[in-house]
Design a protein around this ligand. Sequence first.
Ligand code: PLP
Length: 477
Amino acid sequence: MNEDRRCDSSLSQEQRLALEKAFSAALDYRSTIKDRPARPTLSLDDAVERFREPLSEDGMRDVDVIEHILRCADGGLHQMSAPSFFGYVLGGSHPVGVAADILVSAWGQNAGSAFETPAVTGMERAVCDWVIDLLGLPRESGAGIVTGASVANMVGVMSARNALLAERGWNVEKNGLFDAPAFPVLISGEAHSAPYAALRYAGLGADRVTKLATDAEGRVAEDAFREALETCQAPPLVILQAGQINTGAFDPFEALIPLIKAKGGWVHVDGAFGLWLSAVPELKHRLACVENADSWAVDLHKWLNAPFDAGMVVVRDRAPLVASMSARGSYLPELTGHWEPTDSTPELSRRARGIPSYAILRHLGRSGVRELVVRHCSLAERLAGKLSREPGIHVLNEIHSNQVALACGDRERGDAQTSQVLERIQDRSKVYPTHGEWAGRRIIRASIIGYAMQEDDIDLLASEVIEAWRYVQQSTT
Ligand SMILES: Cc1ncc(COP(=O)(O)O)c(C=O)c1O
């Protein structure tokens, strides 16, 4: 047996070397990230080949393992933390959050019980209070820190299911869904796939929903909504969104929520990224009255730029949240009077994933959070302005927040050209936007959300799009 695999809590020289190697490689990576090609140069097959050797009998020295990982990962990392990454909707893992995340791993806390891990609970509770306060959500709400908006949507939908069925005299936690009274589910026709997944996980079915008609920006259309609501025979679950994935638009909460409340329904809002505009006094009118909903899903690893993975569910009435999530066992610690992670999240054992967000919020303060959101929204306008001046490039959305949807060329040949433009941009590897579909067109989507993004990064993206578009036109005429 390898001498260094001893089970001693003090650090051996080898273990110390391994930790130091990892720290210095992390520093090196983050300080050179802007000089690296935006996307991996290593193919997936080659990466799998490199790592998937038969597991050796004797193992490896600690520091050799870290060196092996660094060697084999070389070229295989996507520079998602760099301001050249405009794909999907991903925050850039803020360095102060990464620093705190190292402590999370080193401390090795199972953060499922407040009683066992008081320091973690203290920090995570502060994160819940601060985020609720920043977003202007009801103070008394229950909250859970989960892996991201997918799970936050699931927990919100499960809380809604619990409450709507309890109103009808049905205890879903005890009796399940067999023979339960049905209730209608209304959801935006342009919702993200995550709330649909949430409906499936909650046993409510993704296909029995009423899909709500939307306007050109992907917002639920008010007249069609009224009609859909009239057909509801029981109080419905209505899923709205703050931040449409392609356009960044917001549903008209001010008009819709009172109608749903009048029907006794539950409003859940998927606000994975867009809910953060509520933290900014001069922008919050764009999602006015979103705070009147019943539950909200919001990511910490998107606009707050927490390292992956972290998101939050907030539920106005804590009781259905706790009823749907808690799992108790006789061997577990007694509940404390404090915020109990396992009461509002699906996991029992859990990473202390709120701690990096604590560090980022402490570092940024209120004004730093506002500055981040305002900067990204104005950078999105800058990008849209630059690109719409180039003949043949179409910005398909109004700028509501941080998302920009682009199409190239005319309808007939444009989809193929748009794909070619994106391919060229990605191949040149200076910036990395990703694809999508919007308004019947294939699109290039740019999400402006990384903490380090500045005007220069937007100008580089704009020039790369224009260069690729001119190139594609020349090569296809
Ligand atoms: C609007 C919206 N909802 C939900 C999600 C899912 O979030 P996560 O990937 O954090 O689970 C996303 C992710 O991009 C999103 O944009």
